[in-house]
Design a protein around this ligand. Structure first.
Ligand code: BQZ
Length: 695
């Protein structure tokens, strides 16, 4: 058991409270207990990127017969050869578990989000659950990296088919796929890239979905178009390979500039709000680079997508992808997604809410169960995050400001983490070998995790109370809730609002658990539970004291979402963003974390990177940057009729399973196709296309 002596030094705890009498207090910390054994059910077959894909021209190409007959032969569409780039992206048969596929059928997704509209780069959500992943294509791709050998790990080419570094490593020249087209036939080229970069990422009035900011790609980074298909990045660091991950989903997925640009305030009289909302869900057939195009939207019911006739990927026999002609996104709840996938009325789910595990396991254990269920590693986890801004992010009132000052006080955070019984929290979701104690920081079981660098504060309510006493938070009015010291927030009760996402029972269950565990600590924590989009907006705007949140890819893989590991820029971090004058008021340990992350990005030496992540974990957990709660494995639930589902596909690692399983290669044998398509043999309304489908 290691002992950390923390002198309760003079902490300028609150705006008006003077130093606290110094009195050493020894907190016993330890390394976290090992997670209970839970072997992922299947492991990937590890390969290299070139085993999965390449770019090359093939001798001939094919497409579904009905497209040829109804669209090409009638002159409504050019022949498939003219709808493909010179060198399409070719998926190799050797990496397809069930080989070359056949056309037809649909994957029926059920989702808990709701579409705001189609302007992804303007900041609109399409409802998550794979919609945006399916229609956005990005410069690079990382979802399938779970199957790449560790020594060859690097983002896959995608819209960018190749790249090379300059001698000094400060310039990266990228070559786009040539001759690819949007789903309406408009050419894809650097005009789309530069509109995304200059008028959305760099424009401080635009907040692209998934939060790309200039610093996501490094301080001072520049991007320019060299010609129609060539761009050049200029970085301050040398050889920052890291940023190739940020060029994948969801931070570098350009939109159709020929449609969006005319609505942007830089090119119209529109306000930024009008630009963001210029393409509501009712606007069908928005041009995409993805495999499927939205063709039907019924509010609170369904979004239907049909295959993109200009999709720029093929299999080795020249069959234009995707194999599946249609995609459904039933607009329901996330819990219903699990239920429907297990029951067979839906086709896909990321089993991520631990409360559903036992029932899902029971139902899918039956040999006649319609769906397969395969558990992966423990890559789903939650933490209690505190708003660290002391200078105005989210425009706090006096009470909120006083809470932020507490959040910025180490001893306060230590008291909170000591008062959380993680074992009980995990068991409140599901009993069994699933959940593990999560102290915060990087997840156990992932590449850069180091147990010895992880400081764990074991549950100790008595010590937690003693620490709050010594911070001068005492219950002066005897109502069972501690008060701020006189002169701070009027000496009122210490009330803390807790933001959580009502779209997930796991989020609100864990939040309720935290609220209950704060009561014996004399803190009144008040639920501020919001629907997903509203929650996301409030979190982005800094309108929260505390929030219980599912963690992002950065604590799973570290290489994906790296810039979010610390406040490396004014708007890159989930719970500490710039306040007044775009200033970031970082605490000393945060400055350390920022430097560690910057050094990590700047080196490609694996031993150095591992060492830096040990330092990161030590500084993060010792300072309780967030209060880790629980982590557990996710499971992919997929209907048994689908083929080419990669072995060991995790529901969440570099990205979600909707990307990881490479849906454009997934197919259903002709004899197994049950006829679920709603609009068979139709296409999106592309110039000369099939016209909008009947609602
Ligand atoms: C997966 C994912 C695909 C976003 C969203 C949702 C948003 C967050 C997060 C997950 C949903 C599903 O997650 O829960 O299983 O299908 O969509 O995008 O939680 O509210 O903002 O980060 O990915």
């Amino acid at each position: 058991m290691r002992k950390h002596a923390f002198a309760l030094g003079g902490a300028s705890l609150l705006l008006s409270v003077s130093f606290i009498a110094t009195q050493a207090q020894t907190i016993e910390t330890t390394t976290p207990p090992d997670p209970p054994e839970f072997a992922a059910q299947t492991e990937p077959v590890f390969v290299g990127v070139t085993d999965i894909m390449e770019y090359r021209a093939l001798d001939s190409y094919n497409e579904p017969e009905w497209i040829k007959t109804n669209f090409v032969d009638t002159g409504k569409l050019p022949p498939v050869e003219e709808r493909l780039p010179e060198e399409p992206l070719v998926f190799k048969t050797g990496n397809m578990p069930d080989g070359v596929g056949v056309y037809g059928d649909v994957m029926r997704h059920v989702i808990g989000g709701r579409p705001e509209g189609w302007n992804y780069i303007g900041g609109q959500s399409q409802g998550w659950g794979g919609i945006d992943i399916g229609l956005s294509e990005c410069l690079t791709r990382t979802g399938p990296l779970f199957m790449i050998r560790a020594e060859e790990l690097e983002p896959m080419p995608n819209l960018a088919k190749s790249w090379e570094w300059s001698e000094d490593g400060h310039e990266l020249t990228m070559h786009l796929i040539e001759g690819a087209k949007w789903s309406d036939g408009d050419p894809f080229d650097t005009e789309d890239i530069m509109f995304y970069w200059e008028d959305n990422v760099l424009d401080p009035n635009v907040f692209p979905l998934n939060g790309a900011t200039p610093e996501t790609f490094g301080q001072g980074t520049k991007l320019e178009a060299i010609d129609e298909y060539t761009i050049k990045w200029t970085f301050e660091e040398a050889f920052p390979n890291q940023y190739l991950y940020a060029m994948a989903y969801g931070t570098f997925c350009p939109g159709p500039s020929h449609i969006l640009k005319p609505e942007h305030p830089n090119y119209s009289d529109n306000t930024y709000d009008q630009y963001k909302n210029a393409f509501p869900p009712e606007y069908l057939n928005i041009p995409v680079m993805g495999a499927w195009v939205p063709v039907e939207y019924r509010p609170d019911d369904i979004i239907v997508m049909r295959r993109n006739p200009y999709y720029w990927k093929v299999d080795e026999e020249g069959n234009q992808l995707p194999y599946l002609d249609e995609m459904h996104y039933r607009l329901s709840t996330w819990a219903d997604r699990d239920v429907q996938a297990v029951a067979g009325s839906g086709d896909f789910s990321n089993l991520e809410q631990a409360e559903s595990y036992v029932e899902a396991l029971r139902r899918s254990a039956d040999d006649n169960a319609p769906a397969r269920l395969q558990f992966g590693a423990r890559t789903i986890g939650y933490a209690l995050r505190m708003n660290f801004s002391g200078n105005g992010w989210g425009e706090p009132d006096a009470r909120e400001q006083a809470i932020r000052e507490l959040n910025r006080t180490l001893e306060f955070r230590q008291a909170i983490t000591l008062a959380v019984d993680r074992q009980r929290l995990g068991e409140s979701l599901v009993r069994g070998p699933f959940t593990a104690i999560y102290p915060g920081g990087l997840y156990a079981g992932t590449t850069y995790y180091d147990k010895e660098s992880t400081v764990y504060y074991p549950f100790n309510l008595e010590q937690a109370n003693a620490m709050l006493d010594e911070l001068g938070l005492t219950d002066t009015d005897g109502n069972g809730v501690r008060n701020f010291p006189e002169g701070t927030a009027g000496g009122q009760d210490v009330e803390i609002t807790l933001l959580a996402n009502t779209d997930y029972s796991t989020d609100t269950n864990l939040a309720e658990g935290v609220i209950a565990m704060m009561e014996p600590l004399g803190l009144r924590v008040i639920a501020n539970f919001q629907q997903g989009t509203a929650r996301d907006d409030m979190a982005q705007a800094g309108q929260f004291d505390w929030s219980v949140e599912r963690q992002g890819a950065e604590v799973v893989s570290v290489v994906q979402g790296t810039s979010a590991l610390a406040p490396t820029g004014p708007r890159t971090h989930p719970f500490h963003r710039a306040g007044e004058n775009d200033e970031l008021d970082l605490l000393p340990f945060e400055e350390e974390l920022v430097q560690i992350v910057r050094d990590f990005i700047a080196t490609s030496d694996n031993a150095e990177r591992a060492e830096l992540m040990k330092q990161y974990q030590q500084v993060f957990t010792e300072n309780v940057y967030s209060v880790g709660l629980t982590q557990y494995p996710g499971a992919l639930i997929i209907n048994k009729r689908f083929r080419n589902i990669p072995e060991g596909a995790p529901i969440f690692m570099f990205n979600w399973a909707e990307d990881n399983i490479i849906r454009e290669r997934v197919y259903v044998p002709t004899d197994d196709q049950p006829g679920h398509e709603l609009h068979p043999q139709t296409l999106p309304d592309v110039p000369g296309g099939g016209g909008p489908v009947e609602g």
